[in-house]
Ligand binder design. Sequence first.
Ligand code: PRP
Ligand code: URA
Length: 207
Amino acid sequence: MQLTVVDHPLARARLSRMRDERTENASFRAALQDLTQMLVYEATRDLAVAEETIATPVTRTTGYRIAAAPLIVPVLRAGLGMADVAHRMLPESQMGFVGLARNETTFQPEAYMASLPETLVGRHVFVLDPMLATGGSLVHCCGLLTERGATEITVLCVLAAPEGLRRLEASGLPLRVFTTSVDEGLNDSAYIVPGLGDAGDRQFGAV
Ligand code: PRP
Ligand code: URA
């Protein structure tokens, strides 16, 4: 597993806004969108491009387009807040969806939906979920992807706990992980510390 921490003054400022308990839902969502843009930018640095000749108003020159856009998979619910901006940056992409809710007693993910292409052979997949805590949800989601043949998965998350990173590493899944912070660890409720609370509730309200 390859880990990249995107550390930048703009990322730190947005992340601090998300951590602050006084931040309202709308402002939290806006900061998440900004951070997603930074994560996508870093994670697509090596994306293959195809060359084509284009005409500017002045002359002809070499232009570039994305050769094979990744499949984008937000993990519902919290990953929804990252989906639109990732899709705007990769407009050629298709999008799949995985719905998971962590059981807050057992901390195990409970799956309630998956809408994915039947085969992912030869396709790079970008998984969006702001929180990597125990790692159970991402191991489950990425397992669904490898079952369909994915061999190249990039996870974009805002916060990662060391426990979750170790679990992903131990899973042997073919992963690259991009995050804006590796936090201290998990508390007794398996929440990330210092963290930002419940990323779904802070975007959409408690249900
Ligand atoms: C959160 C988060 C991750 C998961 C992380 O979702 O968005 O999917 O918890 O925890 P884990 O690493 O311990 O599995 P949650 O299950 O709370 O659902 P929600 O997005 O609907 O709020
Ligand atoms: N899910 C969240 O939304 N936050 C945490 O800290 C852990 C899991």
